[in-house]
Design a protein around this ligand. Structure first.
Ligand SMILES: Nc1ncnc2c1ncn2[C@@H]1O[C@H](COP(=O)(O)OP(=O)(O)OP(=O)(O)O)[C@@H](O)[C@H]1O
Length: 601
């Protein structure tokens, strides 16, 4: 059942290369047939000599048959291998495309929750590991199985007793291989788990090398790295140790077909029931069975490798998708409303029976079109979760989120994405020019539009300083750009997109006082006239908001304007006092702050 399952998964990606696979199989069969011809030719030559009538012409004829057989075998084998590789790469391509498509359709939050190392490992390495075994299973699997069967059939035609004698070692070797396979299967899952573990530790080690060095964790991290590599070695050796005895026993018994054919052949020859020609041919044929059968056992390993890689890919392929509407809806305004919204990360998409799991409890919020709303509150209070639910990273477990009265689920993903600009502190730059990175906000934007957005977001000045200006590749520029500069590029991108709703999640978190003014100017330009939701820890940046919502432990603790909350909400008062204290402390630590945030957004 299990085997069928992963094979079915593999072949579900083979739709467009089915004819290539079929041709690869046919070529493999022709190759096997070609491989039989030399046996027939040799047999005939032996018969010619034993019958005492060898002529040069007859010998050449059979030599030509042998050669032709060999050429056919090689030619069709090469063709089969070529087509099998083409098919395997088509399957790989389709698998990767399907995974990428699935990542787009799954809730964004679910995708972001997956470690990048794991995704890379599955999409690149695990999927790639299918190619070689898959490509080789078709030509080699078929010929290694069919050739011994054909040779056996030929032996049967010559002398059935010799055919059976040639099979003497097969049941003994099969029993040994069965034991080996049982152990192999039992340990293979452990081996793969150890391999995944060592992979993720290596990725973590490399990705975190900056933190490791900064916090002097080299020794501890190296130890973890070493342990993972050591444990991988242990699993691998245990695995080999548990299988090598039966494997070697089977491997040494299986090729010894002469154990059966030699004594049986001698007896039959001596009692006159087997001619010398047939005896010789049977001995040659029995040796011909061995090679392919032994190689066939190697394919078991290949099949297991594919099974495990497919299982890993399946984890992504089976990610639940967000239900998507396909027809755009008419929106006449951009009021946003959250009504009785609950949410739990543990039970994404469903309303948990156990409400203690909820990170949001009965959230009711209205963001009128064109207004500026701020979400503030202690860490872990649920501010980012609210923002992500509005952008539909996940669907709320309970309650409803609407734009202009329309549940956001009824907006096709592209319409929702065009409606909302989400700017966070993680400003990813793609590996293309800075110009194209900004243009990503609106692929149809002209160079002039890109420039205008960059100017409005205060990017122009630092981009122009770069040697290649807007044509600088982001990878090259990335190292030279500060966190604040990258944020401004992200803001320019969002400006070009010009969505009517803007969500800023801690967009100014990492900014130093000097570049904060520039960032604020950029944000002011981005958010002008938009429905704006800002999550901020620096309360001075949101003090002019139309409404400030104070969140604590997944609930709304208070709502009001800055002055109202200062007068009525103890939590807000405490946060404001702490913020002002921190600002004074920062001002004392540095030069006078050049640009007090005048008019945040
Ligand atoms: N991707 C996630 N998976 C599981 N739990 C999460 C995830 N993101 C946040 N949480 C949990 O949900 C709760 C609310 O987190 P959220 O990030 O919304 O709070 P926040 O108010 O934005 O915090 P901060 O100000 O520190 O960013 C926290 O308990 C957090 O641990």
């Amino acid at each position: 059942m299990q085997t069928k399952h992963w094979l079915r998964t593999v072949f579900s990606f083979a739709a467009e290369c089915r004819w290539k696979m079929t041709t690869a199989v046919l070529c493999a069969i022709f190759s096997v047939a070609g491989g039989l011809l030399p046996y027939i030719g040799v047999y005939q030559i032996i018969l010619l000599f034993l019958d005492g009538r060898p002529t040069v012409a007859a010998i050449w004829l059979w030599v030509a048959v042998c050669l032709a057989g060999h050429v056919i075998k090689l030619l069709f084998y090469a063709l089969s291998t070529l087509l099998a590789h083409y098919s395997a790469y088509s399957i790989l391509e389709n698998m990767r495309l399907r995974i990428a498509d699935k990542l787009l359709k799954a809730p964004l939050g679910t995708v972001l929750n997956q470690p990048a190392g794991k995704l890379k490992n599955i999409i690149i390495d695990r999927v790639e590991s299918i190619e070689v075994p898959l490509a080789h299973m078709i030509p080699e699997g078929i010929s290694n199985l069919l050739l011994p069967l054909a040779v056996f059939a030929y032996l049967m035609m010559i002398d059935w007793r010799m055919a059976l004698a040639a099979m003497l070692t097969v049941p003994i070797a099969a029993a040994a291989y069965a034991v080996m396979l049982r152990r192999f299967n039992r340990r293979y899952a452990d081996y793969m788990a150890a391999s995944n573990q060592v992979n993720s530790v290596i990725v973590e080690y490399i990705e975190g090398i900056e933190v490791i060095k900064a916090f002097n964790q080299s020794a501890a991290s190296y130890e973890k790295f070493e342990q993972a590599v050591e444990s991988f070695k242990k699993y691998t050796l245990n695995w080999f140790r548990s299988t090598w005895k039966p494997m070697n026993f089977g491997g040494s018994v299986l090729p010894s077909t002469l154990l059966g054919t030699l004594p049986a052949g001698m007896i039959l020859y001596l009692n006159g029931s087997l001619s010398p020609g047939d005896l010789t041919m049977c001995l040659i044929l029995s040796l011909g069975i061995v090679g392919p059968l032994t190689s066939f056992t190697v394919l078991v390993n290949d099949a297991k490798a594919i099974e495990h890689a497919v299982k890993d890919a399946d984890v992504l392929l089976k990610l639940a998708e967000l239900p998507e509407a396909d027809k755009p809806v008419q929106l006449n305004g951009f009021d946003i409303e959250l009504a009785h919204v609950n949410f739990s990360y543990n039970r994404v998409g469903s309303s948990p029976a156990d409400t203690t799991e909820n990170v949001l409890h009965n959230i009711n919020v209205k963001l009128p079109q064109g207004s500026f709303t701020a979400l503030v509150g202690p860490s872990g209070g649920g501010k980012s979760t609210v923002a992500r639910l509005i952008a539909r990273f996940w669907d709320a477990g309970g309650g409803q989120i609407t734009i202009d009265g329309m549940p956001i689920q009824q907006l096709p993903p592209t319409q929702l994405a065009n409606t909302i600009s989400f700017v966070t502190q993680d400003n990813f730059l793609f590996n293309c020019s800075l110009r194209d990175n900004i243009r990503m906000g609106n692929p149809r934007a002209s160079d002039e539009d890109v420039l205008a957005a960059a100017r409005a977001a205060c990017c122009d000045e630092f981009i122009s300083r770069l040697e290649k200006g807007y044509d600088t590749a982001a990878g090259e520029a990335g190292k030279k750009l500060s966190g604040g500069e990258k944020q401004r590029i992200a803001i320019a991108r969002a400006m070009l997109k010009n969505a009517p709703v803007v969500i800023l999640d801690e967009a100014t978190a990492f900014t130093d006082p000097e570049s904060e003014a520039k960032l604020q100017t950029a944000i002011a330009a981005l958010t002008k006239g938009k429905t704006l939701l800002v999550i901020a820890h620096r309360l001075s940046t949101i003090k002019h908001a139309d409404q400030i919502i104070v969140m604590e432990k997944g609930r709304i603790a208070a709502t009001g304007k800055h002055a109202e909350l200062l007068a009525s909400c103890k939590l807000y008062q405490a946060m404001w006092t702490a913020h002002i204290g921190a600002k004074r402390w920062a001002a004392n630590q540095t030069e006078p702050v050049t640009s007090e945030v005048k008019h945040c957004v």
